[in-house]
Design a protein around this ligand. Sequence first.
Ligand code: SAM
Ligand code: SF4
Length: 341
Amino acid sequence: MDTYLVGYFFLATSALIDPYGRKIDYLRISVTDRCDFRCTYCMDEDVSFLSREEILSLEEIVHVAKTFISMGTKRIRITGGEPLVRKNILWAIEQIANTDGLEELTITTNGSQLYKMAQDLLNAGVSRINISLDTLKADRFYALTRRDKFQQVINGIEAASQLPFKRLKINSVMLKNHNDDELYDLAQFALDRKMDISFIEEMPLGIITDHNRAATYLSSDDVIETLSQHYDLTPSSMTTSGPTSYYQVAGHDHKIGVISPHSHNFCDTCNRVRLTVEGRLLLCLGNDHSKDLKDIIRNTSHDATTLESAIIDALALKPLQHHFNLDEAPQILRFMSATGG
Ligand code: SAM
Ligand code: SF4
């Protein structure tokens, strides 16, 4: 489909439709590539970060978010890097959350700042939080994140669980021989706190020197098989605009889910695009198709019409699906932290 037709679909339906007929109403924004952790599967210890000039200002991020909302975006997720280490992030969250037309503002965080920011996030308009936690063992946490902040994260999770968020979810990347003996403990930790949990298959994003992705790969089928020994699991029809497939857990109100970019491709229901911290609109996590919005914003003095046209043009680049292969060198050289995981 050519750009003209994509534009036509936007004007006719007030929604962004990609060349394969998928309605794009979900934007994920990486607000920083920086992080207070160094998870072994995500980044090297000595990673170099972007300079201030290279990344979008918070005002620019809010401008892009508001433009997307005016074009039919209903859900926005703030992520990173670690979004809560960006200075004044609460200001940007509040600006975006209170924009007419947006139905939901959510964040993904490593949890390290929640012990002091959970209430502020609720007040700013965040409705759901995904908190990443790959282990319940302090020494293993240190090995996986290279930081000694296990108790700080647990305190943050407990603080958030006391507040009336619409939903809290734990995200765990499962790594064979690193944390796969904790599947049940992690699931029970979440269910005990009235949270859902998603187990994630690792994706080959960026080259990391001391981590072998192929050796640590664990499929979500293996995860479900192991958990079925502890719980009565029934596939659930619940969706939350993300790629998680959920299971109802007998005797519990909350759910166990799996995100399976390798074993069960979910691209046919893709509803999202990503704004990287450098201001590139990324059409697919597993491909490099993207369009630079930063130059457009900076050269057109925040003119909304030009930005809208660029977004419509970019949508024509959205590929049908991703192809991940853990046995080959990563095709995608950007890290999840720069992309907005
Ligand atoms: N720092 C925040 C956090 O950890 O939640 C937000 C950004 S982080 C990139 C978002 C999610 O991506 C986390 O749940 C993390 O575990 C996951 N992640 C990072 N690298 C990954 C990879 N290569 N494959 C699969 N998930 C990954
Ligand atoms: Fe930081 Fe999140 Fe990457 Fe871990 S997964 S290094 S917490 S951005």
